[in-house]
Write a protein that binds this ligand. Structure first.
Ligand SMILES: [Zn+2]
Ligand SMILES: [Zn+2]
Length: 316
């Protein structure tokens, strides 16, 4: 991470030399990843090292031009980002754990009732699957109210850590916005040209020669801010307006394409209206205005909340 920026920032005009050194680093990195056995946390390490170097950039490059009062929200955003990353990573997403005795009992009961099929039974974990759960191949476990297996966290996002994941995305977006603000301020203070004055190409060459390190960090910031903000918007839409997880929405969209009849994303038993969905997800009563439903999705096998709407339940 640092070496790439250091090479770009080298006091040399030869981009051929810089390009060769960069190629050498990429070659070394690809060799290293081949030898590393557990690549599960590689994206997380990449993201955390990005956060470290962009914080360093903020303090060394941007802080002299920025008021100290503007520095505090940035520090709080970085702290929030690291805290919620840790909480998402360390909290059990809702892996289905049962004892050997319970496992044997459920297999016998399901076999006797003739329900031993893949929709209600996980053949890898040998457990009866709760509603909204899904077997994750990467974690080799069933996860309650499964949303996705996040590459950036290195584990599943389920009922246990979904809330922390949303806040992690929010803080990552906030850090990104502050960094974009700091970069634009840096360029306006230290680069001799402006976009309006000399046009796009001159402005671009100026900011490249002004500080290649800042441009490199800005590219990384744009990358992380784009995926985090996009995912945050999609997640909030799914939670508030559909009451669904990413996995359920994807499944319904595939069903909708394959089926002759239109499958509605809004008409599912999990959608209780925008405010109630938010209250249920965040378990917030909003000063007594809402009554959040408390459901243990690790043990919920049948839908009892709204039995009248239960006809779509197995299709979700
Ligand atoms: Zn499983
Ligand atoms: Zn997983």
């Amino acid at each position: 991470m640092w070496a790439i920026g250091y090479i770009m920032d080298l006091n040399s005009d030869s981009w051929l030399l810089k390009g060769s050194l960069l190629l050498f680093i990429f070659f070394g990195m690809s060799l290293l990843t081949r030898f590393l056995k557990n690549l599960k946390y590689l994206p997380a390490i990449f993201m955390l090292s990005c956060v470290f170097w962009l914080s360093m950039t903020w303090f060394v490059w941007f802080l002299p031009d920025i008021l100290y009062t503007q520095g505090i929200p940035f520090i709080l955003s970085v702290m929030g980002l690291l805290y919620y990353f840790y909480k998402t990573w360390r909290t059990d997403p809702g892996y289905i754990k049962i004892s050997e005795e319970e496992r044997r009992k459920s297999i016998v009961t399901l076999a006797e009732a003739g329900h031993l099929d893949f929709r209600t039974f996980c053949t890898s974990c040998l457990v009866k699957k709760p509603l909204r759960s899904m077997h994750c191949i990467a974690c080799n476990s069933c996860t309650a109210r499964y949303d996705q297996h996040s590459l950036w966290i290195g584990q599943c996002i389920g009922v246990g850590n979904h809330y922390y994941f949303i806040l992690f995305l929010l803080f990552l977006t906030m850090v990104g916005v502050w960094m974009v603000y700091g970069t634009l301020l840096y360029w306006s203070e230290h680069c001799a040209t402006t976009y309006r004055q000399d046009g796009a190409w001159t402005y671009f060459t100026q900011i490249v020669s002004c500080s290649p390190w800042v441009l490199y960090i800005f590219t990384l910031v744009c990358f992380h801010t784009s995926w985090a903000s996009l995912m945050l918007i999609i997640q909030l839409y799914q939670i508030a307006f559909l009451g669904l997880t990413s996995h359920e929405r994807l499944n319904l969209m595939i069903q909708s394409k394959c089926s002759k009849h239109a499958v509605s994303l809004r008409k599912t038993p999990y959608n209780h209206g925008c405010f109630q969905n938010l209250a249920d997800f965040f378990q917030c009563s909003c000063f007594g205005m809402f009554k959040p439903n408390v459901v243990d999705w690790t043990k919920q096998y049948t839908l009892t909340l709204h039995p009248a709407k239960g006809k779509n339940i197995h299709s979700v």
